[in-house]
Design a protein around this ligand. Sequence first.
Ligand SMILES: *Cc1c(COP(=O)(O)O)cnc(C)c1O
Length: 277
Amino acid sequence: MDTKENDSKLFTPGPLTTSLTVKQAMLHDLGSRDTIFINIISYIREKLLELADASPDEYTTVLIPGSGTYAVEATFSTSVPRQDAKILIIENGAYGQRMIKICQALNIPYDVISFGETERVQIDLVANKLKLNTYTHVAIIHCETTSGILNPIEEIGQLVYDHGTTKGSTVYIVDSMSGFGAIPVSLRNGHITYLISSSNKCIEGVPGFAFVISKRKHLLTCQGQARSLVLDLYDQYTYMEQSKQFRFTPPTHTMLAFKRALDELEQEGGVQGRARR
Ligand SMILES: *Cc1c(COP(=O)(O)O)cnc(C)c1O
């Protein structure tokens, strides 16, 4: 097959068109324990914190092989205790509905507040729902990819922060799959506990892994909670901290492409620059 700049342009919500240079970055075979590769893992983990306005003292990045949904499921699976937990899902489209399916598959007690597919999440209705009920977790989609609707995640984050008996005790999960990298987001201002995105959305890498920017203090309380071996965010994190490596075979070529995609994001002026485009 020829190497050319343009295949047909992709406008799908999954893989998207990547630059020739991002594709070319994959033309190397690196071993999973290769020092160059290990350094790239660390670089990517740190760079993502910077893009998220997340302090490295408070947050850490966990990389999970697979598509975005793998990381959403890993986050639910790991962060929700097996007992005495209830999650509120704020839903206004296909990806919010996928969170419901994840709860059903994992047997997680949940409640849903739904809005129309072409409607933004309404803050006052969420505030009311939170006033009348107690939840240990709240989850929302940042940008509903199918409709393009942007939800007010920072305002909702403030409500979640104030919810419950102790400020900040409610876990706030944000799926920013199709927002992160192109829409500025601040984990700090949004009081976000877990923010999820993947390699092949706005950062414009190739598919193969997803990441969860996680509040370290909470993640460290999650040992043994995951309902899965591979989708265990806690285990993946502790292993990565100790060894600087993945637990199982990493998507090496995808990581090389992603490192290059991050460089190109920076050349474009970072998140602000991409947002302008
Ligand atoms: C792409 C996307 C996902 C993940 O979908 P995958 O097919 O697993 O990559 C989840 N949420 C949103 C909002 C998305 O745009």
